[in-house]
Design a protein around this ligand. Structure first.
Ligand code: NDP
Length: 249
């Protein structure tokens, strides 16, 4: 029970990496609030997670709604010990075809949303808390089509270092987990049919030194580590969980 008596807030906790992390946190003894935009998906997730989970409908692009959700989690649980700012959307269009509203929505969700989630949480976090931000290998790879997404995630990394400096006096740690391709609904059509999934897996396997796609649980176990006291001296770092993609030539 590495998170006994701990409380956590996970944005985007109704699916994929966020939900897998919520499962690990609850299994390790934490009380967990999860956010998302879709109430039905959140309720389903909470039924799955059990009585130590709470669902809060909140869009991270809505600063007031984010503040309200964080305040409600703190009201129910008391102070927060862990924040996983995880909510994010993809965005893959070639630069010439990227509409302003698409670019802005990716930045508003993946970067602005992360910042204002952290800001909203500051007054509710215990000293010694752990903040984990969700980055991405895309921020260092230069894959075609990902200008907005890569910029948003590179911003997350840069922001984490600043937040780590600012929050160190309170003993609050701020780190980034940066997944490689991971099997979640974010991939949409690429996983929509068994044939599409096999083709996608083969493509990822061919470009991943460890030879397979990541699973949400791979990321969840890393977030659990960063959230726990075992990572007590890790501050301002980015941990890639990508099967070796960013370390290969
Ligand atoms: P999913 O699509 O499975 O989950 C995304 C979650 O974020 C959902 O719970 C979704 O709920 C929520 N969400 C999306 N937009 C908002 C919003 N505006 N406000 C609140 N919640 C929101 O994707 P993943 O689990 O794969 O993605 C989680 C994070 O991991 C993202 O930041 C993503 O960029 C990052 N990542 C994922 C990789 C992958 O290969 N899967 C690789 C690298 C990084 P709802 O739609 O109901 O709002």
């Amino acid at each position: 029970m590495r998170l006994a008596n701990k409380t956590a807030l996970i944005t985007g906790g109704s699916s994929g990496i966020g939900l897998a992390t919520a499962r690990r946190f609850v299994a390790e003894g934490a009380k967990v609030a999860i956010t998302g935009r879709d109430a039905g998906r959140l309720e389903a997730a909470v039924r799955d997670l059990g009585p130590n989970a709470q669902a809060l409908v909140a869009d991270v692009t809505d600063i007031a709604a984010t503040e309200a959700a964080v305040a409600r989690a703190a009201e129910r649980f008391g102070k927060l010990d862990i924040l996983f700012a995880n909510a994010g959307i993809p965005g893959a269009t070639p630069a010439g075809a990227t509409k302003p509203e698409v670019f802005e929505q990716v930045i508003r969700t993946n970067l602005t949303g992360v910042f204002f989630t952290v800001q909203a949480a500051l007054q509710h976090l215990n000293d010694g808390a752990s903040i984990i931000l969700n980055g991405s290998v895309i921020s260092v790879l230069g894959n075609p089509g990902y200008s907005a997404y890569a910029a948003s995630k590179a911003g997350v990394r840069a922001m984490a270092r600043v937040l780590a400096s600012e929050l160190s006096p309170r003993g609050i740690r701020v780190n980034v987990v940066s997944p490689g391709a991971t099997r979640t609904p974010i991939w949409g059509a690429a996983l929509a049919t068994p044939d599409a999934e096999r083709a996608f897996e083969a493509r990822i396997a061919a470009t991943t030194p460890l030879g397979h796609i990541g699973e949400p649980e791979n990321i969840a176990s890393t977030v659990l580590f960063l959230a726990s006291d075992e990572a007590a001296h890790i501050q301002g770092q980015e941990l890639f969980v990508d099967g070796g993609v960013t370390s290969s030539p």
